[in-house]
Design a protein. Structure first.
Length: 82
């Protein structure tokens, strides 16, 4: 192999070309994975925002029902109008 490198034979040229191609493919796959991870992170952030919104809506609805229930109860405690 050392002799091939020194002489820059066809075998070495082909091996180098194959190695460079492998590096390009590897970089491409790495980039695809980075893009997929980024997309998943964005989707996770969207779901977290939706969850926060739904929790806030649920909390507000419960608060509203509690206030309405208390108001109804307090109105029923009032003496009847004459």
């Amino acid at each position: 192999m050392v002799a091939d490198i020194d002489k820059n034979t066809e075998y070495f040229k082909k091996a180098k070309k194959d190695w460079d191609y492998f590096g390009e493919v590897l970089r491409g796959e790495k980039q695809k994975l980075i893009e997929q991870i980024s997309g998943l992170q964005n989707k996770t952030n969207e779901f977290e925002e939706q969850l926060k919104t739904e929790k806030a809506k649920s909390w507000w609805k419960k608060l509203k029902e509690t206030i309405q229930g208390r108001f109804y109860l307090s109105m029923s405690d009032l003496p009847p109008k004459n």
